[in-house]
Write a protein that binds this ligand. Structure first.
Ligand SMILES: [Zn+2]
Ligand SMILES: [Zn+2]
Length: 377
């Protein structure tokens, strides 16, 4: 029976010694195996994972490695479990933990950060200066589950209490896995200045972050909110999530269409979620002078940028990584209050044992898949 020293458990929620978990072998190769259930230390809990969503970054990490960083290197053949957008139930408490109780339903942020570097102290724990340093002589205790520590394609995971967000009883497991996606969009808006009520926002790219970016911007009072993309079905979802206008860029010029919608002056903010090579240049031309771009996606190759246009127009460019500054808590508050329905982007559910098929649905967008969720129970 699971009873590590100093760890509190509850007989009503017995924890086994071993669990089912997917581990990454060579690139693209996942093996369903058994592992010991991990043990929480100080300021950590054990989470029984109930559901985990698949993110484009999971596909990236499984196929290529980065930004996962395990023991200072690529994550292959290290008995490592990917997966980072999960939710579950607190199953055991590390020494001294009284902030959460066994049985609490929670969703998680990915990055715990080291808690001691300059960026962590600023609340920028997703930009921790000790990223991946959590082993051997260089152990700074950094955690980003599914990137630098074991993740959520398993039955249990250890989480720092700073990464836990209590969720309402009314929120389904599937919806709870989407909180961190909305939190990422919220962080982007936070970095742009946050108060967007009455200001105009363009979201480029109707992927999961873009679609919830529309929803979060709208919930924050932005007006108008304009979504641009290439696929009609995704743009339709954007309208359902609160976009005032959508622009299909296969049918009209994105910059012209956006400028026409805001009387030629350009918009205040652009959130770039497409990763398209020319997106930063188009964003620059959608903006008014002094406007701000948040880059939440990126092309795989270096791209030419019209720097003169950005400089002459006093345009600000922000890159974001993940979901910093407690943005996920703010996103959860909106979802709890039903300010938008994130479940509109959840399209498919698979059991944990069928993870490879779930990944295929997400990667190949089988049946128009947007968010694919894997359930462990
Ligand atoms: Zn993700
Ligand atoms: Zn840090």
């Amino acid at each position: 029976m699971y009873a590590p020293p100093g760890v509190r458990t509850n007989p009503n929620m017995a924890v086994p010694d071993r669990m089912r978990a997917w581990v990454l072998g060579d690139p693209g190769q996942l093996v369903f195996t058994q592992k010991p259930v991990p043990v929480p230390s100080r300021a950590e809990v054990l989470v029984r994972i109930d559901a985990v969503a698949i993110c484009a970054t999971d596909l990236e990490v499984i196929a290529h490695g980065p930004p996962a960083l395990i023991q200072g290197g690529l994550p292959f053949n290290k008995d490592w479990t990917p997966g980072h957008e999960y939710m579950g139930t607190v199953a055991a408490l590390g020494p001294g933990v009284d902030e959460f109780g066994i049985g609490d339903r929670v969703t998680v942020e990915i990055h715990a950060g080291c808690g001691q570097c300059k960026r962590c102290r600023m609340g920028m724990y997703t930009s921790c200066l000790n990223y991946g340093l959590n082993y051997g002589e260089v152990d700074k205790g950094h955690r980003a589950n599914g990137f630098t520590t074991d993740g959520g394609f398993a039955e249990y995971a250890v989480n720092n209490i700073n990464t836990l967000i209590r969720i309402a009883d009314a929120m389904s497991d599937e919806e709870a896995t989407l909180v961190v996606t909305a939190g990422t969009a919220m962080y982007g808006l936070t970095e742009l200045g946050g108060l967007v009520a009455g200001e105009s926002v363009v979201v480029i790219g109707p992927g999961p972050i873009g679609l919830l970016g529309v929803a979060v911007a709208k919930a924050l009072g932005a007006s108008p909110v304009i979504l641009t993309g290439t696929r009609e079905a995704r743009l339709q979802k954007g309208l359902e999530l609160g976009a005032d206008h959508v622009v299909n860029v296969t049918k009209q010029d994105a910059v012209e269409a956006v400028r026409r919608l805001v009387d030629g002056k350009g918009v205040d903010y652009v959130i770039e979620c497409s990763g398209a090579a020319n997106a930063i240049n188009e964003a620059g031309r959608m903006l008014n002078r002094g406007g701000k771009i948040c880059l939440a996606a990126f092309p795989h190759e270096p791209v030419p940028v019209d720097v003169a246009h950005l400089v002459r127009n006093n345009i600000y460019v922000y890159g974001i990584r993940g979901e910093g500054k407690s943005a996920t808590h703010r996103a959860e508050a909106f979802m709890r209050a039903k300010r938008f329905d994130a479940t509109k982007i959840h399209t498919h559910t698979f059991p944990l044992a069928e993870l490879p098929e779930a990944l295929r649905y997400a990667r190949d967008r089988v049946e128009d898949a947007i968010k694919v969720v894997v359930k462990t129970r």
